[in-house]
Design a protein around this ligand. Sequence first.
Ligand SMILES: *Cc1c(COP(=O)(O)O)cnc(C)c1O
Length: 362
Amino acid sequence: MAHVKLYIPGPVEVSEKTFKAFSSPMIGHRGQGFKDLYAKIQPQLQQLLSTKQLVYLSTSSAWGIMEGAIRNLVGKKVLNCMCGAFSDKWFDVSKRCGKEAEALQVPWGSPIRAEDVDQKLATGQFDALTVIHNETSTGVMSPIAEIAALKKKYSDVMFIVDSVSSMTAVPLQFDALGIDVLLAGTQKAFALPPGFAVFVCSPAALAKAATAKDRGYYFDLVEFQKNAEQNMTPSTPSIAHTYALSAKLDEFFAEGLENRYARHRKTNQMTRDWAARHGFTLFPEKGFESLTLTCVNNGAKPGGRVVDVAKLQKLTKDQGFLIDGGYGKIKGTTFRISNMGDETEGTMSQLFAAMDNAMKQL
Ligand SMILES: *Cc1c(COP(=O)(O)O)cnc(C)c1O
């Protein structure tokens, strides 16, 4: 069967070149070969995230680190900032870890605002906070720099930030943000296969983790640091992903990070233009639209055009392109198009030509 090219917001399309690196011959993970590989990518990851900290590799999807951060860093109570399916779920996960947790819930489509976070943290009840930079279910990008600026006021609160669908597509300067954990899975903006995560921790996070009871082993932040100092991982990593990540980082730097960010802005604008051209409005509150995916309003909010999403999706798929039909409680009343990873103006144009065609048949 012919491959249907992915324009869903994760997993995204993986290139032949990446798959080739992914299928490199195996090496021992305690041997010099792996250490050399990690030592080669470490400075690239540090440059990507503008950090002097060691960047860790986790053989898990993003949720492993999202849960691990809770287990390592929440002692008193965690504030889970919630604005969509993934951030809402993090509250549930905090409770499943046996932690005291409180929800800061805003309506889907709205961002997390620094003033709301400030008000909650001012109660002094919290020693940790979770926030998702780019809420993939609603296509909302929250103002992470403004939220992170609160860290100066609340230095004892651990700021845990998910950048799963934004890391590599927009600049995220870990040290300058001053936050405590920044994490991403590899199947979104990195355009690698799923099953691997990249993350970085502040010295304060490592110090706090060292005192945390019951933090387990697999996601023990202290173990990640100790091993990374030797260019290793706590347990046997996905060596295939590490090879693929190395090849991908070479691509990022060959393109240039600024060019990469500009490409995402451009392909995202093309998507917004496509939606507007067909009479659709966008689901996110104005000014907080994601730069890596577009969540098109299709009846979830008043205004704009409404079509049969299942049919649009099917007609597009028949031409070899997969878009997403909406996530969770806004399935069908929104639909999503990703511009993450390797997509260019040229490849986005191919998708829009197919979607134009599909729209004519609705
Ligand atoms: C996809 C996604 C996740 C979950 O990733 P998994 O790979 O399923 O663990 C978490 N947060 C955001 C923002 C995502 O887009």
